[in-house]
Design a protein around this ligand. Structure first.
Ligand code: NAD
Length: 481
């Protein structure tokens, strides 16, 4: 485990010598002291990234040359799959099979953007017809510049990969500031960058807290773009900091994703998708299936099946074989979830299943999978992101009612609809105000498809060619002939 920051191709001690306690959420033990960077370290890292962009070879390499580095990084990550997955479990708490799945997605992400970097060489420019024939115009895409990337703790390495891979593919350079709660795997990305001999300064990794390292990164005048994933409240601060010198800002924020189930649906399948949607990663997923809307005639059957399935979930240390639900990432998040459940109870909700610390698990931040019913539409638990294994279930009357309830949220990240009537499902999908809508499934995520939210769930899209476009400028070169 690394105890230094990765800046300009070197491993350096943080200027002020601070450390972050890395806590295993299953045992509450401090397992490592990670380096805590501050504004001086951020300044050095940004200057290194600036120099690598302005004077280094990276933005001038062909897409194919950059792709070779990305593929080499993907290969190294694949070689270290088990090691990285175990670090992720120790740091975040998720069950090992889920962490392995994450690392496979990281490998896929690097390889995918290597492919898009190569494609940039095949389509370097576009000629556009102009209304005035004496002029001709071509459009080229260029790397945007120095990126300040700030990531959350729920998918530590994967959320970093969603930014690092497309930014590097585009020819940008970067300072990455991962969450202080889960810094371990991001630092390993520095080791990998070194192993593949990525030019110095192209990728810099500074771990530290939001106020001490994140904030100075968002305020640094030499940063061209801020790529942020996290909560709405921090996203607002990032946007305001970026406004100072009109930085390009993209934001991937929270969600309160509805899952609409019509009466003609296969209840077993619906319940399977809900279980996956809300209990995977302990419900700490931005697109988690946190609001389930069920057509009234099958409401009781769905609630009862959900409770039966929740009762079967094995809770425990993510390292233990057979664990399906690990601990919540930190004491702070655990307390937030416990208080949201308590608030729901006070607001009149019924706890149909769970809601407590599991019997026999006295240490670690464990919460039972929780099913809430009888929730009012204006209650906190229905409106706000809980970011834990807590699902709210409500009945609806008809299609219009379902669409109204689903859209009545300040968030608009993801949504899902289930019905055997494909025409209806597609119609409802179009009416839902969300950046991602799943039909007859929930949560499948593909490197090729755009990811991002409407409303307060964010600005911009990651993944797919949209994710690459995030890190490219568009330039017209117009000639008078
Ligand atoms: P958070 O906002 O608390 O922290 C995110 C990052 O911002 C961390 O690295 C943190 O150190 C940093 N930070 C905190 N204050 C800062 C400041 N003032 N300036 C700059 N950086 C600062 O979020 P979190 O608790 O780590 O993550 C959970 C949130 O992330 C949830 O709301 C979830 O929905 C969201 N999320 C969204 C997506 C998506 O794709 N839309 C994906 C994953 C997580």
């Amino acid at each position: 485990m690394q105890d230094r920051l990765y800046i300009d191709g070197e491993w350096v001690r943080p200027e002020k010598g601070g450390t972050l306690d890395v806590v295993d959420p299953a045992t509450e033990a401090v397992i490592h002291k990670a380096p805590a960077g501050t504004s001086g370290d951020i300044d050095k890292a940004v200057k290194a990234a600036r120099y690598a962009f302005d004077s280094g070879p990276w933005p001038h390499f062909t897409g194919t040359e950059r792709a070779a580095y990305l593929r080499a990084m993907a290969d190294k990550i694949a070689e270290k799959r088990e090691f990285l997955a175990r670090l992720e479990v120790a740091d975040n708490g998720k069950p090992l099979p889920e962490a392995l799945w994450d690392i496979d997605d990281v490998v896929n992400c690097f390889n995918y953007y290597a492919g898009l970097a190569e494609e940039l060489d095949r389509n370097p420019e576009e000629t556009i017809p102009l209304s005035e024939p004496r002029f001709s115009s071509r459009v080229v895409r260029e790397p945007l510049g120095v990126v300040g990337a700030i990531t959350p703790w729920n998918y530590p390495l994967l959320m970093a990969a969603w930014k690092v891979a497309p930014a590097l593919a585009a020819g940008c350079t970067m300072v990455l500031k991962p969450s202080e709660l889960t810094p371990l795997t991001a630092l390993e990305l520095g080791v990998i960058a070194e192993e593949v001999e990525l030019p110095a300064g192209v990728l810099n990794i500074v771990t530290g807290t939001g106020p001490q390292a994140g904030e100075p990164l968002t305020e640094h005048p030499l940063v061209d773009k801020l790529a942020f994933t996290g909560s709405v409240s921090t996203g607002r601060k990032v946007m305001m900091a970026g406004a100072q010198d009109i930085k390009n800002v993209s934001l991937e924020l929270g969600g309160k994703s509805p899952f609409v189930i019509f009466a003609d649906s296969d209840i077993d399948k619906a319940v399977e998708w809900i279980m996956f949607g809300i209990f995977w990663n302990q419900g700490q997923v931005c697109s988690a299936t946190s609001r389930v809307l069920v057509q009234a005639s099958i409401y009781d059957a769905v609630v009862s099946r959900l409770c039966d399935e929740a009762a079967k979930i094995r809770i425990g240390n993510g390292m233990d074989e057979g664990t399906l639900l690990g601990p919540i990432v930190s004491r702070g998040q655990y307390d937030k979830i416990v208080s949201a459940i308590e608030r729901a109870r006070i607001d009149g909700a019924t706890i149909a299943f769970g809601g407590r610390r599991p019997a026999g698990l006295d240490r670690g931040y464990f919460i039972e999978p929780t099913v809430l019913t009888d929730i009012s539409e204006d209650s906190y638990v229905w409106k706000e992101e809980i970011f834990g294994p807590v699902v709210c279930v409500k009945p609806f009357k008809d299609e219009d009612d379902a669409i109204r309830m689903a859209n009545d949220s300040r968030f608009g990240l993801a949504a899902a609809v289930m019905s055997k009537d494909v025409m209806r499902a597609e119609r409802v999908a179009e009416a839902l105000r969300a950046g991602i809508v799943w039909v007859n499934c929930s949560q499948p995520t593909f490197a090729e498809a755009p990811w991002g939210g409407y409303k307060q769930s964010g600005i911009g899209r990651e993944l797919g060619r949209w994710g690459l476009a995030n890190y490219l400028e568009t330039k017209q070169i117009t000639r008078f002939n």
